[in-house]
Design a protein around this ligand. Sequence first.
Ligand SMILES: Cc1ncc(COP(=O)(O)O)c(C=O)c1O
Length: 399
Amino acid sequence: MRIARRVTNLRSYVFAETSKTLATLQAQGVDVINLGVGSPDLAPPSWITDALYRAALDPSKHGYAGYYGLPVLRNAVAHYYQQRFGVELDPEREIVALIGSKEGIFNLALAFIDTGDVGLIPDPGYPTYALGVIMAGGEPVSVPLLAENGFLPDLRAIPRSVLQRAKLLWLNYPNNPTAATADLAFLTEAVAFAREHDLLLCYDNPYCDVTFDGYVAPSILQVPGAKDVAIEFNSLSKTYNMAGWRVGMAVGSSKAVEALARVKTNIDSGMFAPIQEAAAVALTADQSWLKDRNRTYQARRDIVLDFLPAAGMQAAKPLASLYVWARVPPGETCAEFSQRLVQATGVWLTPGTAFGVHGEGYVRIALTVAEERLREAGKRLRRLVASPNTERSSQRLAE
Ligand SMILES: Cc1ncc(COP(=O)(O)O)c(C=O)c1O
């Protein structure tokens, strides 16, 4: 048996590896506080789960549900984009449903990248952007996101020789992992840049409705003419607390949507119809509950920002996303710090380099656990700083 080189050369998905490490610690009796994964811990509202249940009782809804997403779901996506962003979409040509946006992010590369083509990838960034490009035989080229630029890329610094080979430019705001946001002025520049260099601008927007302090995140499609050059990925995972359901959408350029759909329809057979119907309910129902849900995350954000300085760490106050991007104390790499932290205290934070080399010096703290667990994590961090040689045995369940 000989595994393909593209798989033997492939690093394990960082979050899959971490869950093994954390399971081992738990089996040893460590009370792990996992602030690693951005999977919402809160439930979707009852009208969404009720819609799923009702549809699942219908015997006619258990077959293959078609390829592009049921019309009810694509119409609901169009409704949502109209209400939320004032963007008009043609459900037939400008929307395709995804089995979670990760699926579409990966498959988009198969639709656009030929051997040797370049995909421009934000670094640090969500790992699947680069992975898709690699699997399609292309070359991911990092575009650094630096603190001094507000974690926005300096597009004009990308060398001409790279731009000549580039087909895709990935952008993601509100950003994972840095939690930075981008305004419409930057998005307008990015659309102009994509047009100038004949790039498909891939805008990943799953955190657009996880926002704080009154901030409202834009869509790339609000930029006039963006549909000529841009495709936007969105997801119900974070907005509606539905990460395990696997529902997302790609919207925008009809050419890009059609190319992605052509790849997808040859690979998968769509989503369970009751999930699509419930997703349509999520997108079209009254959205005012999101304010309370976001207040929950905002309170968690504030707890984290409160305890970080005493732990020798600094972070900017994020206006959106599920994360705080914090500088690690000086003197060790982020990987060394997060390993020492988890071994000594059972608190897991994702090292910034899991998202690319420019993540060095940072850890990502996910706001996906309850307030009392965040406070407990803060206590443990402070204790680690106070006595750096703390043994892990002191953090056992009996604590
Ligand atoms: C920036 C970003 N894009 C895409 C995804 C994928 O989301 P999903 O596949 O659940 O829609 C995630 C998930 O964490 C993410 O952080």
